[in-house]
Design a binder for this molecule. Structure first.
Ligand SMILES: C[S@@+](CC[C@H](N)C(=O)[O-])C[C@H]1O[C@@H](n2cnc3c(N)ncnc32)[C@H](O)[C@@H]1O
Length: 263
């Protein structure tokens, strides 16, 4: 598998940190996935591809609904965590090692492609959406849930980009809803739903520990937090609660469909 520098950084970072993404992680709460899946219908069973599956919370939820699921990631240790969790929960999934930007499946394979809290690491979200559109069947759906930034707010975007990159060097870029819609349109997908919701991040120290952020970078992030510009504060609502720094991610849920008459 030949990887570009952004992909290599993600494979290395998440390969090292895979054990932090299991049961106790906030991503184990899949209420966002459940809410999104209630917005459209799927065949039963559906063929589902969960891209950048991490510890597999999204893919395993789909498998628990009886779907036929492939969990893919760029870091083999994450796929090992998925297989362990599947065994523990008595679920069956396939695991595949590949980048989101290049998918080793024939055209028209899946009814649903998902990617949750991962696309901000992708070196090319364009290639990811194009590949997702290619491997979807006609009438299939793409579901993206990810950290995001409101349209037209470059100051908040730059501030959050600096914070996220210091915290985890494999962070690449948050896209705005308009940017996601444009990527879908360019790939021939119709956006059915795109909504930003605030999502509470409970503790900056925990967030650092999850990424094994270096002491120097923690200090640099704290400096940025102390000097947060008004535009970023309006979006992220940073606060201190019981000695912990909390803030609110803007979480995008985007659902797009491949037209039924598309090839
Ligand atoms: C926060 S975890 C994903 C969480 C997971 N989707 C869930 O629902 O719990 C981010 C994952 O993205 C993967 N990743 C990052 N860049 C990738 C890329 N270009 N292709 C495939 N996987 C990637 C990482 O290896 C990591 O496992």
């Amino acid at each position: 598998m030949s990887l570009d520098s952004v992909q290599s950084a993600a494979a290395e970072q998440f390969g090292r940190q895979s054990h932090r993404y299991g049961k106790g992680h906030i991503l184990a709460d899949v209420s966002d996935v459940i809410a999104a899946l209630n917005r459209f219908s799927l065949p039963s069973p559906a063929h589902v591809l969960d891209v950048a599956t991490g510890a597999g919370h999204t893919g395993l939820h789909c498998a628990s609904l009886g779907h036929d699921v492939t969990c893919a990631d760029i870091a083999q240790p994450m796929l090992d965590r998925v297989n362990e969790a599947a065994d523990e929960r008595g679920l069956k999934v396939m695991t595949r090692l590949h980048p989101a930007e290049s998918m080793p499946y024939p055209d028209g394979t899946f009814d649903l492609v998902t990617s949750r809290v991962a696309p901000h690491h992708f070196s090319s979200p364009e290639s990811f959406v194009r590949e997702a559109a290619r491997v979807l069947k006609s009438g299939g759906h793409l579901l993206v849930i990810d950290g995001n930034i409101e349209d037209g707010d470059p100051v908040a975007e730059e501030w959050s980009h600096r914070v996220e990159t210091l915290r985890d060097p494999s962070h690449h870029r948050f896209l705005s809803p308009a940017q996601w819609r444009a990527l879908c349109a360019a790939a021939g997908l119709q956006t059915l739903h795109a909504a930003l919701e605030p999502f509470k991040m409970p503790d900056l120290e925990w967030y650092f520990d999850t990424a094994n952020t270096s002491p120097a970078n923690r200090a640099a992030v704290l400096e940025l937090v102390r000097n947060v510009p008004a535009e970023a504060q309006r979006q992220f609502n940073l606060a201190e609660e019981n000695g912990k720094i909390t803030w609110w991610w803007r979480r995008l849920t985007l659902i797009a469909a491949k037209p039924a008459d598309a090839r």
